[in-house]
Design a binder for this molecule. Structure first.
Ligand code: CNA
Length: 315
């Protein structure tokens, strides 16, 4: 259910030139981003018709694509996630012009915070300062054992993800190996006399080997809480301080990130940049198109030069 407060549109801002003016005159810009800012690099988003990951899942027979990212399902059968995770795990060492735009805002001292829903960690590659970045849904940068809580660098499980194999916890494996080494071999019990009507299916139950825990990348699944940084930073600082909100490349379907724009004061202008228009939230300016193109044009009109290897030099 989507029950958004229909925020009243500000009358004095409408056009792309108004947006460029706002950029030039704002010093505490909140940038909220989603999968759309990485699609130009070849990483699929979730909900774009045809090219999105959810359509792919549906064509593979998953009627509810969200279920692949459900924490209960993961704990019951992590192999489903591991079979598919390779498709959304970035193996990239480049970022998009839109990432460069956010970095440019930072360099100009105008970036208040980038709230990203992305898990590709490309903001870090682009040089967005950790102190200005909230990765609302976590990232592949680290992974944690569901059993013992040991946390490792995400890259340690990348081989398993690539091989579509469930990653197990090395810490648990070491502990189990150590325990096995220390344990005396169990004395062989004399087999009880067996009668035909006895159930022998549980015979070896207490001999079952305990298993090492499953590693999960530290991305937020449906059913998991967002971390405290998200709520604390927004309510204690950004909500009061921001003077402009720019939302880029997200369908704003996932709470609570989707609700951020409506919790800033009514006089703060809201700009939306995406391939598709949005209807469930009132933005003051909607700029429809490829976000890399839109942010380039915004910068040009603001009198700034956005540089990036994907932007032609002679533009
Ligand atoms: P979404 O629901 O798939 O929406 C993406 C939005 O971006 C849509 O409105 C598209 O029209 C738009 N879009 C796509 N490409 C472009 C483009 N080149 N220029 C402009 N607009 C474009 O994805 P959301 O981010 O809204 O959903 C939140 C999920 C997606 C988060 O939990 C992420 O973790 C998850 N996700 C992240 C990645 C990533 O990290 N790169 C990739 C896929 C999914």
């Amino acid at each position: 259910t989507r029950t958004y407060y229909k925020r009243r549109k500000l009358a004095h801002v409408n056009t792309i030139d108004d947006a460029a003016n706002l950029l030039r005159n704002s010093n505490k810009i909140l940038v909220i981003t989603g999968a759309g800012i990485s699609t130009s690099l070849g990483i699929p988003d979730f909900r774009s018709k045809g090219s999105g990951f959810y359509d792919k899942l549906q064509s593979m027979g998953y009627s509810e694509p969200e279920e692949v990212f459900d924490i209960q399902n993961f704990d019951e059968d992590p192999s489903i996630f591991y079979r598919l995770a390779g498709d959304i795990m970035p193996d990239l060492n480049r970022y998009s012009p839109t990432h460069a735009f956010i970095k440019l805002l930072q360099d100009k001292g105008r970036l208040q915070t980038n709230y990203t829903q992305n898990i590709d960690n490309l903001e870090e590659l682009a040089g967005i300062d950790r102190s200005r970045l909230i990765q609302c849904h976590g990232s592949f940068a680290t992974a944690t054992c569901r059993k013992c809580g040991d946390r490792v660098a995400g890259s340690e499980i990348f081989d398993d993800i690539r091989a579509k194999r469930v990653a197990r916890c090395k810490q648990c494996q070491n502990r189990l190996a150590e325990r096995a080494r220390l344990q005396q071999p169990k004395p062989k019990r004399a087999k009880p006399r067996r009668y035909d009507w006895e159930d022998s299916s549980n015979e070896d139950a207490d001999d079952a080997e305990p298993e090492a825990g499953v590693m999960k990348p530290d991305i937020t699944f449906f059913g998991e809480q967002l971390n405290d940084d998200f709520f604390n930073r927004f309510t204690q600082r950004d909500q009061k301080e921001t003077d402009l909100v720019i939302v880029i490349g997200t369908s704003l379907q996932v709470k609570p990130v989707s609700e951020l724009p409506q919790y800033v004061p009514a006089e703060v202008p809201l700009i939306y940049v995406s391939k598709q228009q949005i209807e469930h939230i009132n933005f003051d300016i909607q700029l429809q198109g490829e976000c890399d193109h839109v942010v380039y044009e915004l910068c040009r009109r603001a009198g700034w030069k956005l540089e990036h290897e994907m932007i032609p030099k002679d533009l």
